[in-house]
Design a protein around this ligand. Sequence first.
Ligand code: IPM
Ligand code: MN
Length: 355
Amino acid sequence: MYKVAVIPGDGTGPEVVAEGLKVLKSLGRKIGFEYETETYDFGGERTMRTGEVLPDSAVEELRQFDAIYLGAIGHPDVKPGILEKGILLRLRFELDQYINLRPVKLYPGVDTPLKDKGPEDIDFVVVRENTEGLYTGSGGFLKKGNPDEVAIQTSINTRKGVERCLRYAFEYCRKRDREKSLTLCGKTNVLTFAFDLWERAFHEIGAMDYPDIHREYAHVDATCMWMVKNPEWFDVIVTDNMFGDIITDLGAMIQGGMGIAAGGNINPDPGGVSMFEPIGGSAPKYTGKGVINPMAAISAVQMMLEYLGETRASAILEKAIVEVVRIRLKSMSAGKMGYSTSEVGDLVVEALERV
Ligand code: IPM
Ligand code: MN
């Protein structure tokens, strides 16, 4: 019996999470796995109502679950940063979800803006470090508001944090068993401290423990170029928090858009609690209209099942997703799918019966 905490969150989060849960329910019946969910109302509305972003007890409670299923965080009436830092980043940090795993996979029949590229070219995974770098909140102001103001924001890179992320990426690349090629994405020509550490650790660990994995290095700017020009060159990319944030938005676009891109915030350690989410955000302008594509949220369920060890359920769900996006959806974009949000969920449930 799996225990899943559900945080629908803000904007269109609740709409897409409802479809993910619909699919999960139907799969559970079909495959025979059991789970229970508990819903938490963290997000902008609750923050405005209670003045509290995330109660301390919440983090402790969430540790008791096998996984967390998250919709979206971000509300137009709450100052940017408050909810993101107070909920999303706080959970990533306190639950030590040190990997942000973001597959970039173009399914057949889905449009990519890349000319002459197809599903055989766009199929790689980004392993983003998720607890360090520029995201730690290290830094501050000096003379804030004055003409001679100073703002400092420091990138924190620890040997331990870098090493555990690299090891996860090497292991993932080995398990994935495709090109067995791992690319470190950095900026060694400018960030000569941070990425010196990354690069040294990358080659030390690789040579010592992963001789079967081919090692590549690419600067982050060049990585953006190759992702557009020759995405087929990538198998697994490993990078720091900030660069990972940026290149995975680009990745989402080449795989068909935010309507389809999912990710997992993973704590791979024994007893670790991981959190799965569509990566698209709360999309306030589409809230309540029933036009947002829930496929990313449904893919997040698929990643969650894989992580829970429900390999068969995950494989069946991926087949259903592939079928629905290939034959049914006209587009991955909000309002252009040819179906409403809940109809897309229904299509996946229907497809599950056939695959
Ligand atoms: C993401 C988001 C978050 C991030 C924001 C909302 C804090 O962009 O999950 O990629 O920067 O990590
Ligand atoms: Mn992002």
